[in-house]
Write a protein that binds this ligand. Structure first.
Ligand code: GLY
Length: 434
């Protein structure tokens, strides 16, 4: 099969490797916004073009006779690339525009989940103007303000993190309402966040290993928010979650898939990524994404034993229930090397050198170009390293050894996946639950 992959980050590098590993993949066709040297080396055809140009993506897929498509990032999904590809008979293991609203509109998702009685939602209200904002925010006490549309991870403002008082929060909400026509104000949750991604074929929901991401740039969860500095997973559950937490998160994903089917009369297909938080009162849904997480995809693909082409075909055909999807029962730790100054003022155009990798480490390129055999950083997260081992300590040590071997103006979070940081999470949850 000729398989189209859209996107060019480390997440897509991990997807590309998984597709290419399958004996069923005769050619990988890549449509990307920039050259990723890791993906380019796997591709039969690599085309650089605008990711928001669905017609150009359709023409590329049609000319190259793609059998099906996998879409990496959220923006082309929100623009409807899956619908445009289906017009020329190319199916996708990714959601349509209608379904992608679960990520591209915060108000759509909160309203949908409330209407269909999906558990795990906050108290919330959608506002189109400033009327009643202060009254509602005061009732909640601590709030989160969410811009309605996609904002590249910058549209969620949390009281205590991004602003201090209700007055400041309401000012932000007014601004979003004026710019986007809508804004969501909702209750703030206290607890530990985790990612539970599921493969969905319209009806059946198959979970991937549960993962924790680290959004803040600096150690000890300090500094500005980033796309994600690194992630870890355990062979089984995360140590700060109970089995019941995991069941609740799974149930929220299942009920959301049912709600989408009731709402639209057709099923959600692709990856449904629930951003959850474990609180003292149980699991709550922070937000949905309609794609693999980045860095979460690197953990998952380091563990996936099953043929990913089979998984994609089952998503498309609707028979995930007939496939046994297996993951290796090991721990993973992913650490990103990012340019100095990232995310606010990153150095660009600087060269990095990567040392030989220890056994048990996977490497995925993100925002790097290759020129005259040298790797040049382009300003965002540069390279991800995933350590895979029986124990988390070993997986962390492997990822650390690999990221330390990068020479150049970069930094990384040494604390991700360490016992000390994970123990803090465990103690925080324990004190909340006691
Ligand atoms: N891990 C954060 C994201 O993929 O949006």
């Amino acid at each position: 099969m000729k398989i189209l992959l859209i996107g060019n980050g480390a997440r897509e590098h991990a997807i590309a490797e998984a597709l290419k590993k399958s004996p069923k993949c005769s050619a990988l066709l890549v449509y990307a916004s920039a050259v990723n040297p890791g993906i380019r080396d796997l591709a039969a055809v690599y085309h650089v073009g605008a990711l928001n140009d669905a017609q150009a993506i359709q023409a590329f897929a049609d000319e190259n006779k793609a059998d099906f498509a996998v879409v990496g990032p959220e923006n082309p999904l929100a623009d409807g690339v899956v619908d445009v590809l289906s017009m020329v008979g190319i199916p996708s293991a990714s959601p349509t525009k209608q379904m992608a609203q679960v990520e591209s509109s915060k108000s759509f998702t909160r309203d949908l989940l409330a209407k269909h009685n999906v558990p795990g939602g906050p108290e919330f209200k959608v506002f189109t103007s400033a009327d009643g904002m202060m009254e509602f925010a005061s009732k909640l006490g601590e709030i989160v303000v969410k811009a309605d549309g996609l904002k590249g991870g910058k549209g969620v403002q949390v009281m205590g993190d991004h602003f201090e008082t209700l007055e400041e929060g309401v000012l932000i909400a007014k601004d979003y309402a004026e710019k986007d026509g809508k804004v969501v104000i909702e209750e703030k949750f206290i607890g530990q966040e985790f990612s539970l991604m599921s493969f969905v074929d319209g009806e059946h929901v198959v979970d991937m290993p549960v993962i924790q991401d680290h959004k803040r740039a600096f150690e000890d969860d300090k500094g500005p928010n980033t796309g994600g500095m690194g992630t870890y997973s355990y062979p089984e559950n995360l140590p700060f979650l109970t089995e019941k937490d995991l069941e609740e998160a799974h149930e929220i994903n299942v009920k959301t898939v049912e709600a989408l089917k009731e709402e639209f009369g057709e099923g959600y297909k692709g990856v449904l990524y629930g951003g959850f938080i474990a609180t003292k009162n149980g699991v709550r849904l922070i937000e949905y994404n309609v794609r693999f997480g980045d860095p979460e995809a690197m953990n998952v693909f380091s563990l996936l034993e099953s043929d990913f082409v089979d998984v994609c075909q089952a998503i498309i055909k609707g028979n995930l229930d007939e496939l046994e999807i297996r993951f290796t029962k090991k721990a993973t730790v992913c650490k990103y090397a990012v340019p100095e100054g990232y995310p606010t003022n990153p150095v660009k155009g600087e060269t990095i050198k990567i040392s030989d990798l220890p056994d048990g480490v996977n490497q995925f390129y993100a925002a790097v170009n290759e020129k005259d055999g040298q790797l040049i950083m382009t300003g965002s997260r540069a390279v991800a390293f995933v350590g895979v081992a029986d124990e988390i300590e070993k997986a962390e040590a492997l990822a650390q050894q690999a990221v330390e071997g990068v020479k150049g103006p970069i930094f990384y979070r040494k604390d991700i996946g360490t016992r000390a940081l994970i123990q803090k999470r465990v103690e925080m949850m324990k004190s909340l639950r006691d």
